[in-house]
Design a protein around this ligand. Structure first.
Ligand code: MD6
Ligand code: FE
Length: 213
């Protein structure tokens, strides 16, 4: 790990072993990321997926990459095909791949090559309840998460759902990386507050890169 990664001036923050917030890590590419999200969503659109229990998620999603995370009445899975278009998800661009690899590398995860990127869109009031990311086959690979637009409160719990989560503010350009002993930590996002961000208006986007297979 780089010695200056957690200096006093940085907005970097250790969440736990193998997990950290890299404050502003993506700031030099946020405009391009948002432009690409908009372009891709004209093809595979944002949709509020259904859970197994039949509820609609308040966060709207689509995927890019060779695999995408989908949820419906039959449960969760990774699928190469967007069920709405019947065709593969949009490809992971070099910009996305490069950012994910650089962020993972900053925490010592070498050669991270994600095959899936879940793109989340929050409107004020949207939230993501505490969950573990456990649908990936390779739990040795980290997850890299990029925040764009309105700030959010990230909930960081423990290895059991009952552990009360700590709260961290994630702002435009922040990147969260986690893996290793923290890979199965329960986490979530508190209800998004109203706001107006110069880059996204009243929205927050989140990109989570995973190695699903
Ligand atoms: C979000 N993120 O920040 C939701 N999962 O909008 C996640 O659920 C998440 O940020 C695994 C790893 C990083 C994440
Ligand atoms: Fe997650």
């Amino acid at each position: 790990m780089l010695p200056d990664l957690f200096s006093d001036e940085s907005r970097n923050e250790v969440l736990g072993p193998g997990a950290a917030i890299l404050g502003g890590f993506a700031l030099d590419v946020t405009d391009d990321l948002i432009a690409q999200v908009r372009a891709m969503s004209a093809f595979s659109s944002f949709r509020n997926m259904e859970t197994r229990g039949g509820k609609r998620m308040s966060v709207a999603m689509f995927n890019c990459g060779s695999l995408g995370w989908v949820s419906d009445r039959s449960g969760y899975r990774y699928d190469a095909i967007d069920p709405e278009t019947g065709t593969p998800w949009p490809a992971l661009s070099p910009l996305f791949l490069d950012l994910a690899a650089r962020a993972a590398d900053a925490l010592g995860y070498d050669d991270f090559v994600p095959d899936a990127c879940l793109v989340n869109r929050y409107i004020p009031g949207s939230r993501l309840s505490l969950h573990q990311d456990m649908d990936e086959q390779d739990h040795g690979a980290p997850i890299v998460s990029v925040s764009l637009g309105l700030p959010a409160t990230f909930l960081w719990g423990g290895l059991e759902r009952s552990i009360r989560p700590s709260r961290y503010r994630l702002v435009h350009g922040d990147v969260v990386v986690w893996g290793g002993p923290s890979r199965m930590i329960f986490h979530g996002v508190d209800e998004l507050k109203n706001g107006d961000h110069p880059a996204t208006g009243a929205l927050r986007y989140n990109l989570t890169f995973r190695k699903a297979r």
